[in-house]
Design a protein around this ligand. Structure first.
Ligand SMILES: [Zn+2]
Length: 344
């Protein structure tokens, strides 16, 4: 089968690899009907050192179950499923607490150890706990939005929850990638009355406004902080959704959060220590977040997708085949595309 292999920063290839198969009795084999390139794939695309044999990329997918191992109980061949970016058994103490990303038998797709989904097929460990069966056919019109439940919509929702967005609250979103844009959807869905998007790219700003952003701040650094404070009567926002992962983004988050407020960070951190810890301390700011347990959120978000109340699939502005994946990485890295969908 064909699959995406990253050998080092900037070196992404489509190659013939051995067919994915069921290996363990708890596995399922899923034929990938749609996958994506993620903003988090751009970190290794920029930084990864050489990997012997390469890293099989991709952690977001929708597909069809083609085979199941002997111990799989809930999934049938032919089911249309969402594959969250982390696999999980669904039964351990952390899974029962809806923190599947900490599953004791869990892990992440698209790592050096577990093959990814930017491929014709993918082996899914802990299939019963991991896969979510969709109540629609494989070519349903809402498939782009359903695909976002594998990562970006659930991750935006996690940012909003950990930033404690609530009815009547003021929120700000740092990061105008697909996760930040889904964060706007999530903040609106949870009842925020003011949603400030920090971003500059006209197409992304337009989408943020369509999703519910009430204000846009295009300044950078201290000017951005000053502008958000001005827009919020000087006090700052109750909730900051930090969807980037750099120390500058975190500094801005602490700069714009209101005393007693919260920062939900979902951008993979590229700093050793959380910056601005002294002002965060004196302002009683809660810093939370981490990898989103998207498996836990699918059930909650699915009705809003199916009934058209939210349209996170609008973040996809380019659809490509597997052969074009290397160009898809380039397009996202150069910010020519917000989010790329792959149809193997
Ligand atoms: Zn578990």
């Amino acid at each position: 089968m064909r699959a995406t292999v990253m050998y080092r920063a900037g070196d992404v290839r489509i190659e013939n690899v051995p067919d994915a198969t069921v290996v363990n009795p708890t596995d399922a084999l899923v034929r990938v009907t749609r996958a994506c390139i993620c903003g988090s794939d751009l970190w290794p695309y920029k930084e990864m050192g050489p990997v012997e044999g390469g890293r099989r990329m991709g952690h977001e997918a929708v597909g069809i179950v083609e085979a199941v191992g002997a111990a799989v109980r809930t999934l049938k061949v032919g089911a249309v499923v969402v594959m969250p970016f982390a696999y999980s058994d669904g039964t351990c103490a952390f899974c029962r607490e809806h923190l599947q990303t900490s599953c004791v038998h869990g892990g992440f797709f698209g790592t050096v150890d577990v093959a990814g989904a930017q491929a014709e097929a993918v082996r899914v460990p802990q299939a019963d706990g991991t896969l979510f069966v969709l109540p629609v056919g494989e070519d349903h019109a809402l498939m782009p939005s359903l695909l976002t439940l594998s990562d970006v919509m659930g991750t935006g929702h996690h940012a909003a929850l950990t930033a404690r967005v609530g009815r009547g609250k003021k929120a700000a979103v740092i990061g105008d990638g697909a996760v930040g844009l889904c964060g706007v959807i999530a903040a609106k869905r949870l009842g925020a009355e003011q949603i400030v998007m920090l971003g500059r790219h006209p197409d992304r700003i337009a989408l943020a406004r369509a999703f519910g952003a009430t204000d846009v701040v295009s300044e950078r650094g201290d000017d951005a902080v000053a502008r958000v404070r001005e827009l919020t009567g000087g006090a700052g926002v109750h909730s900051v959704l930090e969807c980037v992962g750099t120390d500058q983004a975190m500094l801005a988050a602490i700069g714009i959060v209101r005393a007693g407020g919260a920062v939900g960070r979902v951008g993979v951190p590229h700093y050793d220590a959380i910056p601005a810890s002294t002002p965060a301390f004196y302002n009683n700011v809660t810093v939370g977040g981490g990898p989103a347990p998207v498996r836990a959120y699918i059930e909650e978000l699915l009705p809003d997708v199916l009934e058209g109340r939210i349209e996170p699939g609008r973040v996809f502005d380019r659809v490509i085949g597997l052969d074009e994946v290397p160009d898809g990485y380039r397009a996202m890295d150069e910010r020519r595309a917000i989010k790329v969908m792959v149809k193997p």
